[in-house]
Write a protein that binds this ligand. Structure first.
Ligand SMILES: [Zn+2]
Length: 374
């Protein structure tokens, strides 16, 4: 069993963003590798706190965690395919320091604890991708052209002489924990552990160039506006032989549909029928996200009735089912009448068949809508 994220940070379920940040800071300071050299269990706790904070500090992930718990990020769930954060084995120390470095305060930031070869990560890139409801229904693979920083062809790097390839230099500083030896980013190579050896023409001072690239983005079915997907390693590259690329963060933008509106997994469709059609019964073709379907409207159907087409909505991103399409019947009252039509209605105005007679089980439109979502 994984420990509850709120518990990990020592905060209550209803904690504010500031309380969550404070809770994380407390845990991170307590289990910081600089303070617990060689202590594997402290390192584990430090990583767990970072994992909890990554989720709880992100509105989107927090909402999913609050609803589904750890299942929201597990393999086979929405976590598969690099989506949602930690598909596999949690976070590594570089990730934690590069993502949350600012939270530790100055003099405590870039330290990676135990010394190792520097691995600099390139910066993340962000793009927006517009998605239609049809694409959301089926999932889609989008090809997007991006411009990212890559190492220029022919560039070579050599070990930085200032830090001996460590990417950091040791420094004694005063921190909130008292006097301690911390590692600071090497001022010569800025953490890369390497400096440029051969710089090809046309590249910048770090040997990087801008390159246009097509990136294929797999968008899972059921995404919604504002969801952020991550394409690992498709952000900017960083200089150096051991560097790793940043990530490409893809923000989903939902394109409004012409006739369907979305409410979670359900879709709504306003169908207008004329007086004669509902009086006699009619069959209508309506648009769904998976193609057109025919629906039958019985003679005598009242305006405001909602027909539920099961499974014609959108799939859940957590893959626990599919929503419905709710067809709202709106009867159109004619606004212009010919002489004959006028006579027809005048003749029937007091007719028994034209007299409203709602049965007790017939609910009003709003009651019906209320029932549907309760
Ligand atoms: Zn250096």
């Amino acid at each position: 069993m994984k420990t509850d994220y709120y518990e990990t940070l020592g905060v209550n379920k209803g904690a504010t963003a500031a309380e969550i940040k404070k809770g994380y800071r407390k845990q991170a300071v307590k289990h910081h590798p600089d303070k617990n050299p060689g202590d594997k269990s402290a390192e584990e706790k430090f990583k767990k706190a970072a994992e909890a904070y990554e989720v709880l500090s992100d509105d989107n992930k927090k909402a999913r965690y609050d609803q589904y718990g750890h299942a929201a990020f597990e393999n086979g769930g929405a976590g598969a395919g690099g989506f949602g954060g930690f598909g596999g084995g949690g976070m590594n120390m570089e990730d934690i320091f590069s993502q949350f470095g600012d939270i530790f305060g100055s003099g405590f930031g870039g330290s990676r604890g135990s010394s190792q070869t520097a691995r600099v990560k390139g910066s993340n890139m962000r793009i927006r991708v517009k998605i239609t409801l049809e694409d959301i229904a089926n999932g889609v693979e989008k090809k997007v052209k991006i411009r990212r920083k890559v190492k220029a062809e022919g560039v070579t790097f050599k070990t930085c002489s200032t830090c001996n390839g460590q990417g950091q230099v040791m420094r004694v500083t005063n921190t909130i924990l008292g006097r301690m030896q911390t590692a600071a980013t090497c001022p010569t190579c800025h953490g890369a552990g390497q400096s440029i050896d051969n710089r090809p023409k046309g590249s910048d001072s770090s040997g990087m160039v801008q390159k246009e690239e097509m990136v294929s983005i797999k968008i899972p079915a059921g995404v919604s506006d504002g969801v952020q997907l991550k394409v690992t390693g498709k952000g900017n590259e960083a200089p150096g032989n051991n560097s790793i690329s940043g990530d490409l963060l893809v923000l989903i933008e939902e394109v409004a549909h012409e006739s369907l509106s979305r409410e979670g997994m359900n879709l709504h469709y306003d169908l207008y029928v004329n007086l004669s059609e509902v009086a006699l019964g009619v069959s209508k073709e309506i648009e769904t996200v998976t193609g057109k379907v025919k629906i039958k409207i019985d003679a005598g159907t009242q305006s405001g009735k909602i027909l539920r087409l099961r499974g014609k909505g959108l799939p859940s991103i957590e893959r626990y089912g599919t929503g419905d399409l709710l067809v709202h019947i709106n009867v159109w009252t004619p606004q212009n009448l010919s002489k004959e039509q006028k006579q027809f209605f005048e003749k029937n105005i007091s007719d028994e068949n034209f007299t409203p007679n709602p049965s007790k089980t017939d609910k009003s439109f709003f009651e019906k809508v209320k029932d549907m979502f309760s």
